[in-house]
Design a protein around this ligand. Structure first.
Ligand SMILES: O=C(O)CCC(=O)C(=O)O
Length: 252
């Protein structure tokens, strides 16, 4: 991991002006490999009926009924940030010290999800994460998206709309595709023509504001596009919706 405290001046300016910043080569490939190994073990444990296994597993709707190992059919595993592999990353000062100048000195990680994005999996349509977070105070909230594998145009990388973090939270309607994944919603009242893809290598990290409009596309490749995503808010933030996948853990 990089060892600089806080974001460099140009990184912070990019974040403030465009709503996101990519930190190349942030995590060691061994960290990504350990995360992937752990979620495969958890997917198999849940499939075997181990109700004590950490995490909340969501199936990939676009792969329903297909043959494969349990992990081949999973969309996401939530609630991972108390599990040691993920807890270590979530509370690593290399992460939290970069967030503190944006959010404040005391931080909670309240959401974690491993996104498998197996071949054939749906992308997640245009949305703002803040729509999912009825919090007081409502912001700042920062998403931290770690590329566990490479993210390409073919395998379903993120796309962002630079500057859209200045927008209020727009109306979101249910994902209009028949059989869409649970919880997927989309913005249909905004022009996304200025969007940019975010191509990433394993170990790259994207920090993004909860109002930033973003999406990911379907995985049309033969390989997995995996990512581990954490969200952070100031300690003391109240979750007025008490979302079932939110779990506030103080990390700084
Ligand atoms: O990684 C993806 O496919 C979508 C992730 C996303 O939209 C999010 O974390 O808010």
């Amino acid at each position: 991991m990089q060892d600089t405290v806080g974001l460099a001046r140009d990184q912070r300016a990019h974040y403030d002006e465009r709503g996101f910043v990519r930190l190349s080569g942030f995590a060691d490939p061994a960290v990504c490999a350990a995360m992937l190994d752990r979620v495969i073990a958890l997917a198999r444990a849940h499939a075997a009926g181990d109700r004590g296994a950490p995490g909340l597993v969501l199936p990939e709707a676009n792969l329903a009924g297909r043959a494969g190992e349990p992990e081949d059919l999973v969309s996401k595993i939530f609630l991972l940030h108390r599990d040691p592999v993920f807890a270590a990353f979530a509370a690593d000062p290399a992460v939290t010290d970069r967030l503190a100048p944006i959010i404040g000195p005391r931080l909670d990680c309240f959401l974690s999800q491993f996104i498998f994005k197996n071949p054939g999996a749906w992308g997640q349509p245009w949305h703002q994460d803040a729509w999912y977070f009825p919090f007081d105070p409502p912001r700042p909230i920062v998403g931290v998206w770690l590329a566990v594998t490479e993210a390409t145009l073919d395998n379903g990388c993120l796309h962002v709309l630079p500057g859209s973090h200045r927008e209020p939270v727009h109306e979101h309607v249910p994902d209009r595709r028949p059989g869409a994944n649970y919880g997927y919603v989309e913005i249909v009242d905004h022009d996304m023509a200025a969007a940019e893809p975010v191509l990433m290598d394993p170990g790259d990290l994207l920090l993004f504001d909860s109002h930033l409009m973003h999406r990911s596309t379907d995985n049309r490749s033969d390989g997995i596009r995996a990512a581990m995503v954490f969200h952070y808010a100031a300690t003391g933030t109240v979750d007025r919706g008490a979302g079932p996948v939110n779990d506030f853990v103080t990390v700084r």
